[in-house]
Structure formats: structure tokens, C-alpha cells
Design a protein around this ligand. Sequence first.
Ligand SMILES: Nc1ncnc2c1ncn2[C@@H]1O[C@H](COP(=O)(O)OP(=O)(O)OP(=O)(O)O)[C@@H](O)[C@H]1O
Ligand SMILES: [Mg+2]
Length: 228
Amino acid sequence: MIRVKGLTKSFGQGGAQTRALKEVSLDIGRGESVAIVGPSGCGKSTLLNVLAGIEPMDEGEVWIGEAALHEMSDKDVSRLRLERMGFVFQSYHLVPVLSALDNVALPLIARGIRQSEANKRAMESLRRVGLSEYAKRHPAELSGGQNQRVAIARAIVGKPDILWADEPTGALDSEAAEQIVGLLDMLNKHDGTTVVTVTHDSGVASQAGRIIRLHNGRVVHDGGMVRC
Ligand SMILES: Nc1ncnc2c1ncn2[C@@H]1O[C@H](COP(=O)(O)OP(=O)(O)OP(=O)(O)O)[C@@H](O)[C@H]1O
Ligand SMILES: [Mg+2]
């Protein structure tokens, strides 16, 4: 499903250059649940953002199924992301002036699906995260955990093959975090969605079937459970 070969990514130039990813190679199979761990600054978010086509890469290859991300135009990458991927961020990234329902419907509207159909699917997605009664609320009227569940509903509304999550529980207390982990696990096991989660939280990491540990831009462990 995801194949990465010799992926390299730097920020800045000359003496101020940061080499965030150095020759990263890995394969993630369809339906896997993978946690990416490692110390702050080791390149976890950069890796996720490059794999999701949010950040351009310098060198290497990234395959998403049959699609060669490294050869695609920005427009095609955006389309791939919209049609096949969902993204959950630590800080939710919801639109404050829109209701929960409208936030969730947004990716479908962007795909050209008409409002009534988008609303129907968004409602179903909110129901799956247990928030159908909160559809009309705005992000400021919801708790952190609820907002993150809205963000998950938005990420899954288009039935993505891959769900990327960057510190999805980073801003939540342990009870809300547990709900989020349970949801991601359900989406992986029930829907067969490939889930890739960046986390500092060993509880979150232990839920994943596989752990990839980065250090200084390189993969230093790939396999079973390790300490975060
Ligand atoms: N836009 C940017 N411009 C310059 N340097 C950047 C940028 N984004 C990341 N970096 C640098 O790249 C390296 C990897 O950053 P990244 O955000 O991927 O780390 P991380 O593992 O996600 O850390 P954290 O756990 O703190 O979120 C760091 O040294 C960081 O300072
Ligand atoms: Mg990060």
C-alpha cells in the first residue's frame, strides 16, 4: 500500500540546513496499523507530511498503491489526498465558523458532491464517532476530545484507504485519548483502513501492530513494541 525508498528531505539551505529525513525506506501493507515514534525533532511529522503529499520530498520514491507520488503533479497529489487519504492533527484543524456537520462535509464538497448528499454522509460519519447529537455545534462549543472526534469524522467521511494521524491524542486527557485510540483501532480493524499514527504516547503506540522508531531522520527500529 505504501512503499518508501531512499526518502530524503531537508529544510533550509547551506549552513542552516536541517536534514529532517535521511534515506528512509519502509513498506506498509494494506490494513496495517503502524505507530511512528521517536524523540522530538527526529522527523516524524516531516515523514507523515511527505507521505501524505503535504510536503514535497527532495529525493527518493514514495508509492501509494500504484501511484508514484514522487512523479505526480501537485494537482494530482491533491486529488489523491482528497480521494484516498484522511488526516488527523494534534490541533484538530477544524474551521471555527463552521458547524461540526459542515466541517465533516467539507472534503466531500471539495470533491464536487452535492450538499444534501454530503450532509447525509457527514451525519453518518458523525454518528460513527458518537457525535450525531452535536452536529450543529461549532468547534468552540465542543471539548477537545469531541473536536478530535469531529476531525476523525471529517478524515473518514470520504472512506479513505489511509488515515494519517499526527499526535492525535497530544492535546487530550487520558480518557478522551482512550476514546480516540479506540476509534482509530475500530477504523483499522473494522473498515480495514491503513492507519499510520505519530505518537509520544506509549499507550497509543502499543495499540498499533507495528512500531517504526525514528532517530535523527533515520529508521532505527521497525517491528514490535519498543518504549517511546
Ligand atoms: N518548515 C520547517 N522549516 C525548517 N525546519 C523544519 C521545518 N519543519 C521541520 N523542521 C526541522 O526538521 C526536523 C524534523 O522536524 P519534525 O517536525 O519532523 O520533528 P518531529 O519528530 O515531528 O518532532 P515533534 O515530536 O517535536 O513533533 C527538526 O529539526 C525541525 O526543526
Ligand atoms: Mg511532530
